[in-house]
Design a protein around this ligand. Structure first.
Ligand SMILES: [Zn+2]
Length: 1020
């Protein structure tokens, strides 16, 4: 019959084949309707509901009550445990038998006390295989437990995915029974599906698509759903098509199983632990059946969770890691945000991650893996290379709203010139399904055609976990080498990158940051998380330095290595790419703030203990300076007297507080028109009644900083309604809704009348619900003016910023990033320029022309925009999804403005920003103690960032320095510590045996290239 010519009607043939495998139409007579054979009810199904996530051993001891399929339970975030008893009929001998389980929650099957399989309808996993081919000796009566989380793969958003979770959602089991699966039908369905997709994806322009069309049509002719003996003919026809081979030039797709699991996002951290368990146990069971299957898996923290919660599963994972099938990737503790963590935090992500992978699996990851974060710092290539990593995989820049990134395979060159081979899978996804569409896209989208003939395709459900399925593996197996389609091989990152490296001569280079033109609101959303992150980074910095000094001076002092590791890991966890950006639900914010509280509480104890050990015991007040330069600052003594003192603190050291008087005290003058003039010999400012600066003058240079006719420190508010991603996005058009805040509640009044400190206070009304109160502070000898700010914030979809229009003209502004800084344009010439209307920076940004500039410093903010001559700091947002209470409440933060002559480097802007962020710490010391400096550096541009005990312990310190000005210099590191030997090492603290550091009587001689990070091991 099928040898008859068919009419030239592509559509009818194609739809005929589609209907033949449809799960909606004609299932009474098509092939899909034959997938399941006999079915049989469970013997019994009982359940027990728990508000908490409890271990299996506790759950299995509870009283289970009868459950009827279809009954609802909940609410959201609870857990329903099921006890399933079943008996497989004797007559199913030789058949493939599954437990069918359809429900809207995420479930884990337990058998004999061990997790064996994840079941998630959204992740296309609805059956647990009881037997591949039932034999008499197999157990026919089985008891299983099913642990069902009352949440879906993406949490429980009310109405839309990113809406706040519905706290009262009800769940149910819709189907629970035993079935026979007709394996030959399943295989044939996959043949049909792939051929139909080839017809659709190759379109009418490719003859191969028509060959697929006629093949699939003939298969329908041959195949009688009611007669299984007809299936093999259709199957061999498909085989013939799929085995027609490609030529040698065909593109190669490196398929790798993957399961992106957000460490917290629309669900809390605790649920992520179970998501890892469910997803990875399924991966292991797929590996048991598919020996070629390779799975890539990132985030040491998730492995650590699985190790403690599912030790049996973890040892299976270790087994498959050894076999090279389960491949740990990325090298970091979590897949962190790529913009906001400090340089040292980024190093610690790798240090903790690689340390863990080495300890548990005896390996270091060779590639950095960060497919889903919101931009990538220009300092990452150097940090990667320093951590033994020279390859990088992501795809997020395909989300750019304005410009299409020009490469898929290229070299990425960082701030210091370090390069890493970088691959963006051209399919623009980390959760492919092994479908024809994915592969065709991978070839078509590749922007390096002719340069790179290999690409990655990551397959498996992701974000909320899930991972690969048997169907995805079956699809990929079918088309390994089929004429007209790219060649597909199960691969690994190592295979992919070594292929790309081997043929990299024609690859292009991208220099500088990988800026994501989307999600720019994440520099500001959830301000409290950002503030805690900055302050905890600062605290751990100080604890490590104080502890290192205490240990070096007095070997009796115990360096708190384990405690510090624990606190660092909490900080690193909260830097996950949906937590520190503020794109998570309220429950996650609560957890994150709890972890910060723990870091603060325990960190404060550690700091006190270290400072006590340093302070030579006594009743006098002293200070500890963790920064590598001498500081002369006004501080507040909090010994009950609350008095101010001007102190001199040596570089990385301690000193008793000896009250000195400033050469020029601060003067504060209230003028008859209500304005206030403050002056400290360096700066003079005139503050209007509404708190704006009418003038800010650099006295020595006789230069005015504030633009003519404008006010500095102008609060402004914008409407902030994005297109969809509420917590994530601020759109370009918000700039058109700017409104200055002019409503004065309390006009400027003098708070501190001068001497060591002058200050004024004022309050503005933002709206009926929100106010801002500020104290503008001028300290003696201080080159910047501080703005201590308190905001009562109860807005909805508004964005609060503060502006400084300044007398500077420059096409570029400079922003601090990790271990350095970079320039971005102040104009909107091209789409690449204006797409950066809102950018991120760390402790400072600067706008300078030759010999004059203004720096804007902050103690916990990250969002900036500098357009033309207006410098703007982003302060607070008010998105309503996924956390409807995001940023509501009271906020405190400080920023500062610093006009300067010369360049920002020569004016010590960088050091001033450090001073603002790292307050001198008060300590107790004996009145006769003398100032002591442990370290200092001869060259101002070199910043001694980190001093810690080496991970290996044993009396070795690690010091990390970086070149901060963008210059090639030599420097001497002086130390008062008894250093016997010094060695260069990498960021993982592995000694470079070819590079002993050059020690002289003066100190250790070092040379730096621009923005270079240098790490030393100091053996005491
Ligand atoms: Zn993610």
């Amino acid at each position: 019959m099928y040898h008859q010519p068919v009419l030239k009607h592509r559509r009818t043939l194609l739809e005929r084949a589609e209907k033949f495998i449809s799960d909606v139409y004609f299932t009474d007579c098509n092939l899909r309707g034959r997938l399941y054979g006999d079915s049989c009810p469970l013997e019994s199904l009982t359940s027990f509901l728990s508000p908490k996530r409890i271990p299996f051993d506790d759950a299995s001891k509870q009283n289970f009550a009868p459950y009827k399929v279809g009954d609802t339970f909940g609410p959201t975030w609870w857990t329903c445990w099921f006890k399933v008893t079943l008996t497989i009929p004797e007559s199913w001998r030789g058949k493939e038998v599954h437990l069918l389980w359809e429900s809207d929650g995420e479930a884990m099957v337990w058998r004999d006390g061990q997790p064996v399989q994840g079941l998630t309808k959204e992740g296309e996993k609805t059956s647990y295989i009881l037997s591949d081919c039932l034999k008499d000796k197999e157990p026919h009566s089985v008891t299983l437990y099913v642990e069902m989380a009352c949440n879906g793969l993406f949490g429980a958003g009310q109405g839309s995915m990113i809406a706040a979770p519905d706290p009262n959602r009800k769940f149910s089991v819709q189907r629970a029974e035993l079935v026979v699966i007709n394996r030959n039908v399943r295989e044939l369905l996959t043949d049909f599906e792939m051929l139909v997709d080839i017809v659709k994806e190759l379109g009418e322009g490719e003859q191969r698509g028509y060959q697929a069309l006629f093949t699939v049509n003939e298969m329908v002719n041959l195949c009688d759903p009611a007669d299984p003996s007809s299936f093999s003919k259709a199957h061999s026809m498909a085989r013939k098509f799929f085995s027609q081979r490609n030529g040698e030039s065909q593109h190669t797709v490196h398929a790798m199983g993957h399961c992106h699991i957000d460490s917290a996002w629309l669900w809390p951290y605790e649920e992520t632990i179970r998501k890892c368990g469910r997803s990875w146990v399924t991966v292991i069971s797929l590996m048991e059946r598919n020996p070629e299957f390779v799975f890539t898996c990132s985030q040491a923290q998730q492995f650590q969770w699985v190790k403690s919660w599912y030790p049996g599963l973890f040892s299976k994972i270790q087994h498959y890691v050894k076999k090279g099938q389960f491949i740990p990737v990325g090298g970091t503790w979590v897949e962190m945000d790529g913009n906001l963590p400090s340089g040292e935090s980024m190093v610690r992500q790798f240090l903790e991650g690689q340390h863990f992978f080495n300890q548990e699996f005896g390996m270091y990851c060779k590639e950095f893996w960060l497919p889903d974060t919101f931009g990538y710092s220009a300092q990452l290539p150097q940090i990667m290379q320093g951590c033994g990593i020279s390859n990088f995989l992501t795809q997020k820049l395909s989300w750019n709203l304005v410009n299409t990134f020009p490469h898929n395979t290229f070299f990425w060159e960082g701030l210091d010139g370090s390069k890493v081979l970088t691959h963006f899978p051209p399919g623009n996804s980390y959760e492919m399904k092994g479908k024809i569409e994915d592969l065709v896209k991978t070839v078509k989208n590749n922007k390096d055609k002719g340069r790179a003939n290999h690409s990655a395709a990551l397959f498996g459900f992701g974000d909320g976990g899930g991972g690969p399925t048997q169907l995805m593996l079956d699809r990929l197996r079918l088309i390994q080498d089929t004429d007209g389609l790219p060649r597909v091989q199960m691969s690994s990152p190592e295979k992919l990158f070594s292929q790309l490296q081997a043929d990299s001569a024609l690859l292009c280079t991208w220099t500088g940051e990988l800026f994501l033109e989307l999600h720019n609101g994440t520099y500001t959303t959830q301000a409290q998380i950002k503030r805690e992150n900055r302050q905890c980074e600062t605290l751990l910095h100080d604890v490590e330095i104080a502890s290192s000094l205490a240990f070096s001076r007095d070997r009796v002092f115990q360096y708190p290595q384990e405690k510090l590791r624990q606190l660092w890991r909490l900080l690193l966890l909260n830097q996950f790419h949906d937590v520190i950006p503020g794109s998570c639900i309220g429950m996650v914010v609560e957890d994150a703030l709890k972890y910060y509280e723990e870091i603060r509480r325990d960190g404060a104890v550690l700091l006190r203990q270290a400072c006590e050990a340093l302070g030579s015991k006594g009743s006098s007040v002293g200070v500890f300076n963790s920064l590598p330069w001498e500081r002369h600052e006004v501080i507040q003594i909090t010994d009950g007297s609350d008095k101010l003192a001007l102190v001199k603190a040596p570089s990385v050291g301690v000193s008793p507080v000896k009250d000195t008087q400033p050469v020029t005290p601060v003067s504060v003058t209230l003028q008859s028109d209500g304005t206030v003039v403050m002056e400290n010999g360096i700066l003079q400012t005139v503050i209007n009644k509404d708190g704006t600066l009418a003038s800010l003058r650099l006295i020595g240079a006789n230069r005015e900083a504030i633009s003519d006719g404008c006010g500095g420190n102008q609060f402004v508010i914008f409407d902030d309604v994005p297109l969809y991603w509420d917590a994530w996005d601020v759109m370009d058009y918000h700039l058109q809704t700017r409104k200055p805040i002019l409503d004065v509640v309390q006009p400027v009044h003098v708070v501190s009348s001068g001497g060591l400190r002058g200050s004024v206070g004022f309050t503005l009304r933002i709206s009926g619900k929100s106010t801002v109160t500020q104290e503008i502070v001028m300290d003696a000898m201080c080159p910047y003016l501080k703005f201590n700010t308190k905001v009562q914030w109860a807005e909805s979809h508004k964005f609060l910023k503060v502006e400084f229009p300044v007398r500077v003209r420059s096409p570029n502004a400079t922003y601090e990033i990790q271990f350095g800084h970079l320039q971005r344009p102040t104009h909107w010439n091209t789409s690449w320029d204006w797409a950066r209307f809102e950018v991120w920076g760390h402790k400072w940004a600067d706008l300078s022309e030759h010999n004059f500039g203004i720096a804007l410093l902050n103690d916990c903010k990250y969002g900036y925009s500098i357009h033309k001559n207006t410098m703007t700091l982003s302060l607070l947002r008010a998105p309503k999804a996924p956390d409807p209470t995001a940023d509501m409440g009271t906020h405190q933060f400080t920023y500062a403005v610093m006009p300067h002559t010369r360049s920002f480097q020569d004016a010590s802007v960088i050091q001033c920003a450090y001073n603002l962020n790292f307050p001198l710490r008060l300590i107790q010391c004996s009145p006769d103690s003398v100032p002591w400096s442990a370290f200092s550096v001869s060259t101002e541009s070199i910043i001694l960032e980190t001093i810690k005990q080496a991970e290996a312990g044993n009396g070795t310190l690690v010091v990390r320095l970086y070149e901060s000005y963008g210059s090639s210099v030599k420097a001497t590191l002086h130390t008062a510590l008894p250093v016997r030997e010094a060695w260069h090492c990498d960021l993982l603290e592995r000694r470079d045996p070819t590079q002993p550091a050059h020690m002289t009587s003066e100190g250790i001689i070092l040379s730096f290239k621009p923005f270079q990070i240098v790490t030393l091991l100091l053996i005491l």
